[in-house]
Design a binder for this molecule. Structure first.
Ligand SMILES: [Zn+2]
Length: 711
């Protein structure tokens, strides 16, 4: 477990600051510095590698007792690249050569540079990685490699990329492999291509989905392949240290951006990175990007879900006030920052690295981001960091051994559905909103959950319930796995038009969908929403929640109908084999994500309870307001709990909302051995009262409104 900070993005900070900064970093309790090793900077003349500054920095870090993480920035290309490797430019969707330029956050070097599908480009990138790996593998204070920062490859291309001959050849090869030649493509896509040259990628959205979806899927795969190439290379040189990559956000949040020409999930899929690499990470700038606590919690859970036991890095966490040009954003307070740290630890994070130490001094980021920067709160941030670092150091082995609890519920992440959404709307925001709605509700209700990726369904074996937020594309393989999950006892919760499209982007009539085959009923068609809410009567409770996009009622008269409208059921439960499907005729997660309703959270809990799930830890009361957790509290004030085990002990992280400084929690009988637990943050020992229901304790947080119980 390392707590560190990004330090060097050449040529800044200049060397006159290094010695004093490293002393202060160490003194503040941080134990690691991250250095950006930038290809353009290191090999500014072809074949001449200059590591003088890095040699000094690595040595200086060692002198001050600091570890080093090296971030290999092979995507910032030298200025000589196109001269030395002719015809290596990316080609955009209009057939123009991409003209590269300095990147907004890089003082020296070209982006996007050459296309890494060009063999000459990869050869030179690989040589840079090889030189760097070889030079620093013997540094005793090196603790890991961040092999690809934010998985950038197409930034500032100023067009959709890449349509160069090398990438097109790779695309056709990928299709041929996937479908078994051109005839296979024709069969899957229902087309009549006569030659591979006729098979072109989709160009822009709002045309038939088929080509655009396939192209995006290929680009995701291609990024994953590139990440693996970097990993394999570094690992072959330095087999003992962890090598990870990290995105700017977890894959389910990569919805694409039309104004910057990004496709959905075009930087690879975290689940596939985790299959091959030592772990995955994410950047997070919560105050800058208005990521509230529930959203931050959700974000870390996405990474942890993808990692599946491999390393989780919070690779860039906001240090100080962000800067983009001449806007003064909010400063970063120590209280929020420490809650990110402990939230990360509660999710099993292995490294937490802040961006960055000093304020940046070039371009649009000038005057921003430094944890030691001058937004007025640096002293309190560093003091708080020191306090947390001391706790982490005192309990290092316990924290390193911590494993979050195995969840019993899952939420499906369907990249295919993202591709389809983007292929229509230039963004997969709608689908991502649906997924985030469900995930957010779980975080707010402290329900341990897993995000399940559509091609990694082996985790279904451990789940009782799987929610399918706005999953409108399903492959036959996915459908087989989901059907088996239901037949052996699982609860599958489908929203409107679940599986309405094939991965080739072809619409299926309601009676052709796997839900119809599974449940024996199908939807009757799209009906307009006119602002009505969905209402469910359950166990004497009336639950009300929003709907989005449209209603697609299910054929009436069969199953247990929880809610209905004129043309059929809006929520229908149908038993199948040992399990059941719950069919919903609209999009509830999306509506909840836009406009919070406690009814939706309660609805999810009701489904889970009826599937045999039970909360292990219950909140009996917390201030302000009795049992407000049960009723959902307010939109922003919610108490949440994460927990797991370490070295035979239980670890429970309790985060109190603003205005709340006391809560009564109930744990199962014998949960904490000997009926006692220590609050790691304050050192207090908490006695639990054992009664007929289990162990109970009244908790009061002392630091950052967090209690971390171990016992
Ligand atoms: Zn290309």
């Amino acid at each position: 477990m390392n707590l560190g900070v990004q330090y060097y993005r050449p040529p800044f900070p200049v060397d006159t600051y290094w010695e004093a900064d490293f002393a202060k970093i160490k003194q503040s309790g941080l134990d690691t510095v991250q250095l950006w090793v930038v290809w353009a900077w290191v090999e500014s003349k072809p074949g001449q590698f200059n590591y003088d500054d890095y040699d000094r920095l690595v040595e200086l870090a060692g002198k001050h007792g600091l570890n080093v993480v090296l971030s290999t920035i092979a995507e910032i290309h030298p200025y000589w690249i196109h001269h030395t490797v002719p015809d290596s430019e990316m080609i955009d969707h209009m057939g123009h050569k991409v003209i590269s330029s300095n990147r907004g956050e890089i003082h020296f070097g070209l982006t996007p540079g050459g296309c890494f599908d060009h063999p000459g480009i990869w050869e030179r990138m690989a040589e840079f990685l090889r030189q760097t790996g070889t030079r620093y593998r013997s540094a005793p204070n090196l603790v890991g490699w961040d092999a690809w920062n934010e998985l950038r490859w197409n930034v500032q291309a100023d067009g959709l990329v890449c349509f160069c001959p090398h990438t097109l050849a790779a695309y056709r090869e990928w299709l041929s492999e996937k479908y078994g030649g051109l005839e296979g493509v024709n069969a899957a896509w229902q087309r009549r291509y006569g030659d591979w040259q006729e098979v072109m990628p989709g160009k822009t959205p709002d045309r038939p989905y088929t080509d655009m979806m396939a192209w995006q899927h290929f680009l995701t795969w291609r990024a994953n392949q590139h990440g693996k190439r970097r990993y394999d290379l570094l690992k072959s040189i330095d087999p003992d240290r962890p090598v990870t990559v990290h995105a700017a956000a977890p894959s389910p949040l990569h919805v694409g951006q039309p104004e910057r020409f990004f496709y959905a999930i075009d930087r690879g899929n975290d689940w596939f990175y985790a299959d091959e690499l030592d772990g995955v990470g994410t950047s997070s700038f919560p105050i800058w990007e208005n990521i509230d606590e529930a959203a931050f919690g959700m974000r870390v859970e996405f990474v942890r879900s993808a990692a599946r036991g491999k390393k989780v890095w919070l690779s860039e966490v906001q240090g100080g006030r962000s800067a983009v040009g001449f806007t003064a954003y909010k400063p970063v307070d120590a209280f929020s920052q420490q809650r990110w740290v402990w939230n990360g630890i509660a999710c099993g994070a292995d490294k937490i690295l802040f961006w960055c130490w000093r304020n940046e001094i070039f371009g649009r980021e000038s005057g921003g981001f430094g944890i030691a920067g001058d937004d007025g709160l640096a002293e309190e941030r560093l003091a708080a960091m020191g306090a947390s670092a001391a706790v982490i150091e005192r309990h290092q082995t316990l924290i390193e051994a911590y494993q979050p609890v195995q969840p019993a519920v899952g939420v499906l992440f369907s990249p295919q559905t993202y591709y389809l959404n983007w292929a229509q709307e230039w963004s997969a925001k709608r689908v991502a909103g649906a997924l985030q709605g469900y995930a957010r509700a779980m975080v707010r209700r402290s329900i341990p959950y897993l995000v399940v990726e559509e091609e990694h369904l082996e985790v279904l074996d451990d789940l009782k319930v799987l929610f399918m937020p706005h999953v409108v594309v399903t492959s036959e393989a996915t459908e087989r796995a989901l059907s088996a999950f239901v037949r052996r006892g699982g609860t599958l919760v489908c929203e409107s038009e679940c599986g309405a499209f094939s991965p080739a982007g072809i619409y299926r009539y309601p009676e052709e969908r796997f839900t119809a085959r599974l449940a024996g009923v199908h939807e009757v068609g799209r009906r307009n929403l006119t602002g009505e809410m969905l209402s469910v009567q359950t166990g004497g409770e009336q639950l009300t929640m929003g709907m989005a996009q449209w209603m697609t009622p299910w054929q009436p008269g069969q199953g247990k109908i929880w809610s209905s409208t004129r043309d059929g059921a809006l929520v229908n439960e149908i038993k199948v084999g040992q399990g059941r499907v719950i069919l919903i005729g609209s999009y509830l997660g999306e509506a909840y994500f836009e406009d919070w309703t406690p009814g939706f959270e309660r609805f999810l809990q009701t489904i889970m309870l009826s599937a045999g799930w039970r909360p292990e830890i219950e909140v009996l009361t917390h201030q302000p307001g009795v049992a407000s957790h049960v009723q959902g509290g307010s939109r922003d004030a919610f108490l949440y709990i994460k927990y797991g085990t370490a070295l035979g002990k239980r670890l429970v992280f309790v985060f109190f909302p603003a205005g709340s400084d006391q809560a009564t929690l109930r744990f199962p009988s014998g949960f904490f051995a000997g009926g006692k637990a220590e609050d790691l943050l304050s050192g207090r020992v908490i006695e639990l009262q054992e009664n007929a229901h289990g162990q109970e304790a009244v908790l009061t947080p002392l630091h950052w409104r967090i209690v971390v119980l171990a016992g």
